[in-house]
Design a protein. Sequence first.
Lengths: 112, 110
Amino acid sequence: SQTIHQWPATLVQPVGSPLSLECTVEGTSNPNLYWYRQAAGRGLQLLFYSVGIGQISSEVPQNLSASRPQDRQFILSSKKLLLSDSGFYLCAWSKGDTYEQYFGPGTRLTVT
Amino acid sequence: DAKTTQPTSMDCAEGRAANLPCNHSTISGNEYVYWYRQIHSQGPQYIIHGLKNNETNEMASLIITEDRKSSTLILPHATLRDTAVYYCIVRAQEANNLFFGTGTRLTVIP
């Protein structure tokens, strides 16, 4: 069966510090991968998606970036965090030929 | 993606069926109806999806009206662990984004 991992589970970072969140998927190959952010009491906002290694599409302009160095690894980064980057970050995957998305446990980021 | 309208909250007695409605009157012909739920502080969980026929799986049943303008998610025997926010989403199958609205907060009462 497929599983998706995210770490860390929680993170508190000062403004201006860098960020690296990691997501890995097991049990499948060539998945589509997604990064979402959920602000408190709000819906999910798609940040990035990837259909293959090195292929990243950005949905919204921001100071975040994403990379996919391996087939089942998706990384969300920032060089300098802003207070507005606080939120619940969710990674998801889907099969190439079916389209329901399966979410990881999430990382709760607080920028202070 | 077409927008959806869901009640803000609902209560259901434990062991009874929970029927969660969703209106999607502007749905297009190639858009599917998806249901996800999110238990507090966890990632959303996929439940079920359908195009025009009713669907059933181990978690729930999805009833879509003939005109596809509304649907109902049915949890046949609600348990306390079903307490969550339930999201109804419509999207074309090839679309990458899932637009989560505010959903319905279902509380299962002992």
